[in-house]
Design a protein around this ligand. Structure first.
Ligand SMILES: Nc1ncnc2c1ncn2[C@@H]1O[C@H](COP(=O)(O)OP(=O)(O)OP(=O)(O)O)[C@@H](O)[C@H]1O
Length: 251
């Protein structure tokens, strides 16, 4: 299976002493990978390193089979990301905002702006200024922007933040559609474990910067009542190992 992203022994040490420690992780084409972990576990840090927003202190990252340092521009062309809350120009409309972003991709067909607005459920608000948007609407616009250029790999950090129930259902359908129709690979960090259970084929649990467990969701559900039950149990094991000083790298 084609490797989309590969982290080998990746660590990030912040001055605070926290960060990420020895993460090994491979995402294959077509994966919908859910990244779980408590607040401060290192999920955003890991996603930032995959997109060049942070540089690892140790280890290597490759995207699409090429070292990220060597192929940053060409790899990023195939990545769509939404990490932490997006910044917008409040005085432009949703469509104008996407048009600005589309200017980086001159090959995009003109109808693409309306396609992505429709895909995230914002078509009716295309001509409204962003300053009138709610948190959830801004989240949808950031999602639209991240898929504008037909990325092959989408990285979303807590994408359901601010979405209403209908928005969450729509989000789930969108991921499944993009995965099935365009073969997009997803890496999604979220605290919404029930969402990930319904969406992902694989999940990983980060705890205090260490990828303590990974698994195939179908296999995990065969042995556990729910992903939540698995998560709580694995987190507890991770804590015990940390307390005993026995866990300092993933896998
Ligand atoms: N620039 C920084 N300098 C120092 N410490 C940092 C920095 N960025 C993150 N950290 C620390 O690294 C750890 C991981 O942070 P990160 O934001 O990756 O966690 P997270 O899993 O995304 O958390 P949450 O679920 O709360 O969003 C935290 O303890 C955080 O305080």
């Amino acid at each position: 299976m084609e490797s989309i992203a590969k982290l080998t022994g990746v660590s990030k040490e912040f001055h605070s002493g926290r960060g990420i420690s020895g993460v090994n992780l491979t995402l294959s084409k077509g994966d919908i990978y859910g990244l779980l972990g408590p607040n401060g576990a290192g999920k955003t840090t890991l996603l930032k390193m995959l997109t060049g927003l942070l540089t690892p202190s140790f280890g290597s990252i490759s995207l699409f089979g090429q070292d990220l340092d060597q192929s940053f521009a060409s790899s990023m062309r195939k990545v769509g990301c939404m990490i932490e809350s997006a910044d917008f120009y409040d005085y432009v409309t949703a469509r104008q905002y996407l048009k600005l972003n589309a200017s980086f991709y001159p090959e995009l067909p003109p109808q693409r702006l309306d396609e992505v607005l429709e895909a995230v459920g914002l078509a009716a608000f295309a001509k409204e200024k962003i300053r009138h948007f709610s948190t959830g609407m801004k989240q949808k616009l950031a999602m639209a922007s991240s898929i504008l250029h037909y990325p092959e790999f989408v990285i979303w950090d807590e994408p359901t933040n601010g979405l209403d129930i209908e928005g969450v259902v729509h989000f789930r359908a969108l991921v499944k559609q993009l995965s099935a129709e365009q073969g997009i690979t997803f890496l999604i960090s979220s605290h919404m474990i029930h969402e990930l259970e319904q969406l992902c084929n694989r999940v990983g649990i980060l705890h205090q910067g260490v990828l303590v467990r990974e698994g195939n969701v179908h296999e995990l559900l065969a042995d556990n009542i729910s992903l939540e039950q698995y998560y709580i149990a694995e987190l507890q094991k991770g804590k015990e190992l940390m307390d005993n000083g026995g866990l300092n790298s993933s896998n």
